[in-house]
Design a protein around this ligand. Structure first.
Ligand SMILES: [Zn+2]
Length: 58
């Protein structure tokens, strides 16, 4: 079984004070977190940001 990880928006400083958490396997969480970061927080989907995002998902 794949290890369950989560992306917790509360741990990421943002003006929106977002409280979203996404959990599941890395393969499930990563695209959702990336989509959310871009759509809701205005991040750019760049290789550098994807690398940072991977570190943020634990
Ligand atoms: Zn958020």
């Amino acid at each position: 079984m794949a290890k369950r990880v989560s992306a917790d928006c509360r741990k990421y400083p943002s003006k929106k004070k977002c409280t979203l958490t996404v959990s599941g396997s890395m393969a499930e969480v990563f695209p959702v977190a990336l989509y959310h970061a871009c759509k809701s927080h205005g991040h750019k989907n760049t290789p550098a940001f994807r690398k940072d995002l991977k570190k943020f998902i634990k």
